[in-house]
Design a protein around this ligand. Structure first.
Ligand code: BGC
Length: 740
């Protein structure tokens, strides 16, 4: 740590350059072949070091919410290990629902520690893209629709992980907001939207958190693939943000030798057809220089020397999942659960003696599936198990019926002995026999807990949902349950928003329960039985209907021209499979290219609904508790570097509870176009029953700037700001003005 006598503190990125002299000496000893060998995969999850010089390989692990099961060297199929069961942490949107920087940091430490136990140097995460589309297949992996919330959590995850000696590989850089045609879609957007919305989470994690590696996304941005995008990788990431580490293409996301070499890629994952021999050939032909290769190797070695390789005889000697991380997973799950609506059914009353738990989502494990982000968890407490354990302590009887059956995720072909009910498509209507069985239990119970939502076959990497309807006949089922017994609460087990138009009127209480990790069922039961107050807040908007959401309303998604030609969907076509990699690329390049226009600009999520005055079903930031909070004495002060807001927050209830106070900014008389309001600061505050606390929120002045397209620079507009304070974007309790 630098002191006053040592001069200014070294920035987190510049810290990576402290070994440059030694690194340059090592590079001088390397052959060209050894250097180029570091620029592509060695195995499916590693890139090479140089054994002769004592440089260890770089070992990667998926991310982002559990160290992925060990795969075969040449692919993702299980290696069949026994010590590789990890802690399954709550998925991205659940972490974001905590709105807790402190928990994001701890989460990062848990991931970083377990990575080292498995001998990994780099976690392929956090995944921090903005949730632009309610249907987005990776909404559950990503954090929020809001850049300030996403950035704060991305930063803390990064710091926590890297403090444990594991590098992050923050992904997917950038504008990776849809899975449809993800391998080739061109995201077309203006510079202001890019800077203010889509780059924010990356910017903070890289500049302030010192993120050591970055994964360019599959898609293109404004015409160029992210893995060879001069503007993103060379101008912004390295040029403006001072990034000193290395970039790793998404798996199969490298597209050319010259493009990747000249425009900012360090490592091709996976394969070597672009950054292997062709690099050596291009140098021989005078098209590339060896100095450029040296520069790329230097960037990789900076991380190699910042991260101590785990010795082979230390790695994998104990189980990956450890109690300390399981405890972090539990803490996050406890604070992530969002009470969307409560007409008195929750917490479960002491008069309840018999509970009917209905819905297959109460028993489905959610650790695997969704592709890269799946986890082989050491254990996973399902919602039903959590409820049964808690009910047993209290002498309450619990019955269960599936009510519907859905396709559980599995790799590879379905086994022959598949239960025919499991082969259903998610669009099928309710099954009368399953509904009848569930209704009988509901009638006989004091309380019905209905578990709806999606699963990881529906919300998954590689495809977007067709719609956000509740699948498998859940709407018909919940109506029948309510008719049988209106003392009913719904728990939604899903990663993204769902359409609640039918469910809402027949569900007096609704909880968003997420995919909440190893201890998800434990945390859920604590909330349902009222041992802890719910305190999660929505990190994204639940629209009334899909068509209300910005990209749909603007006709930007689905792509109105429907152009295909996606690398990933084509890879499964038998004729394409027969082609050589070069032929395949040529063929793909010859197809019309899909485009995603971002003409909704920065009106993403609540910025859109607020400005257009479209009422959502549940607003961004919404989340109830078992207590109410009151806000008092708001004061604001503008200094040179920041706007500071203080206020008093009181828990008016009879149990300890957390509130997430949110501060939004509304511009008045502005010459610049702004959304109606924007989140600028937030804080999770714990309060005992009846307790008051003075809370301070700070908005750094730089967060009030906008991207001035004419000047191609950040600019601060002086004038009057209205500061809006409350417990949700649609629950503003106090307001005041400040002049900046
Ligand atoms: C995903 C990445 C993941 C990689 C390796 C890709 O398909 O987009 O997020 O890290 O695979 O599993």
């Amino acid at each position: 740590m630098a002191t006053a006598c040592q001069g200014p503190a070294v920035s987190p990125q510049d810290r990576l350059t402290l070994n440059d002299a030694k690194i340059n000496e090592i590079i001088a000893q390397m052959t060209l072949e050894e250097k180029v060998n570091m620029l592509h995969s060695k195995t499916n999850m590693s890139s090479a070091g140089v054994e002769r010089l004592g440089i260890a390989d770089m070992n990667y692990a998926d991310g982002p919410f559990g160290i992925r099961e060990e795969g075969q060297p040449n692919g993702f199929m299980s290696a069949g290990w026994t010590l590789d069961s990890a802690t399954y942490f709550p998925t991205g949107s659940a972490l974001a629902a905590t709105w807790s920087e402190e928990l994001a940091y701890k989460y990062g430490t848990g991931m970083g520690k377990e990575a080292r136990l498995r001998g990994k140097d780099v976690i392929l995460g956090p995944a921090v893209n903005i949730q632009r589309l309610p249907v987005g297949g990776r909404t559950y992996e990503y954090l929020s629709e809001d850049p300030i919330l996403s950035a704060a959590l991305a930063l803390e995850y990064t710091k926590g992980c890297q403090d444990e000696g594991t590098a992050v590989c923050i992904k997917h850089f950038a504008v990776n907001n849809q899975e449809t045609n993800r391998g080739s879609v061109d995201a077309q957007l203006d510079e202001r939207t890019l800077r203010e919305i889509y780059l924010k989470p990356f910017e903070r994690a890289i500049i302030e958190g010192g993120a050591m590696s970055v994964m360019p996304a599959y898609n293109k941005v404004n015409g160029d693939y992210c893995s060879e995008n001069e503007h993103l990788l060379n101008e912004i990431l390295r040029g403006e943000w001072g990034f000193k580490g290395f970039t790793v293409s998404d798996w199969g996301g490298t597209h050319s030798t010259m493009g990747a070499m000249l425009h900012g890629l360090n490592v091709q994952m996976t394969g070597s057809n672009y950054l292997g021999q062709p690099v050596i050939d291009s140098i021989a032909a005078g098209k590339l220089t060896e100095e450029l290769v040296d520069e790329k190797v230097r960037q990789i070695l900076r991380v190699r020397y910042a991260i101590e390789a785990v010795p082979a005889d230390v790695a994998n000697t104990v189980m990956t999942s450890q109690p300390e991380s399981q405890q972090i997973a539990l803490e996050v799950a406890r604070k992530s659960i969002v009470l969307l609506k409560n007409e008195g059914v929750l917490p479960i009353s002491q008069d309840v003696k018999k509970i009917a738990v209905i819905g297959q989502n109460a028993v489905l494990k959610t650790q695997s599936g969704g592709m890269g982000a799946g986890v082989k968890a050491l254990y996973e407490v399902t919602p039903l198990e959590g409820i049964q354990a808690k009910a047993a302590e209290k002498g309450i009887e619990v019955s269960y019926a599936p009510g519907y059956k859905t396709i559980a995720f599995r790799w590879g072909p379905a086994p022959e002995n598949l239960d025919p009910l499991e082969a259903r498509s998610n669009d099928e209507p309710a099954d009368p026999a399953l509904v009848a069985e569930a209704v009988a239990l509901a009638k006989d119970a004091d309380l019905v807990l209905f578990f709806g939502g999606t699963n990881k076959s529906i919300e998954t990497e590689g495809s977007d949902r067709k719609n956000i309807k509740l699948p498998c006949g859940q709407e018909e089922l919940v109506q029948a349950l309510y008719n049988a017994n209106p003392n009913l609460a719904t728990v939604l087990i899903s990663g993204g928003p769902t359409d609640l138009q039918v469910l809402e009127p027949v569900s007096p209480s609704i909880v968003q329960g997420w995919w909440n990790g190893t201890e998800g069922g434990t945390a859920l039961a604590e909330v349902l039985f009222g041992e802890i107050a719910p305190s999660g807040k929505l990190p994204f908007t639940f629209p009334v209907k899909l068509e209300d959401s910005p990209a749909y309303a603007m006709g930007n998604f689905p792509d109105p021209n429907g152009a295909g030609g996606d690398l990933f969907s084509l890879m499964f076509r038998p004729d394409v499979l027969k082609m050589s990699p070069e032929e395949r690329q040529k063929f793909i390049d010859s197809l019309p290219k899909p485009v995603s226009k971002y003409t909704e600009r920065f009106y993403v999520g609540y910025r859109w609904y607020d400005t257009k005055e479209i009422l959502p079903m549940y607003a961004f930031g919404h989340g109830l508790s078992y207590v109410v909070f009151s806000y008092h004495d708001m004061k604001a002060k503008a200094g040179k570097d920041a706007v500071t807001v203080t206020f008093t927050l009181k828990n008016e209830g009879e149990m300890p509870a957390d509130e997430v106070a949110q501060l939004y900014v509304h511009r008045e008389d502005s010459q610049v176009e702004w959304p109606m309001k924007e989140l600028k600061a937030f804080k999770r505050v714990s309060l005992n029953a009846g307790e008051s606390k003075t809370v301070t929120l700070t908005i750094p002045m730089k967060e009030l700037r906008y991207w001035d397209e004419a000047a191609n620079a950040w600019a601060l507009e002086h004038g009057d700001l209205e500061l809006l304070l409350g417990g949700a974007s649609d629950d503003i309790q106090l307001a005041t003005h400040v002049n900046i």
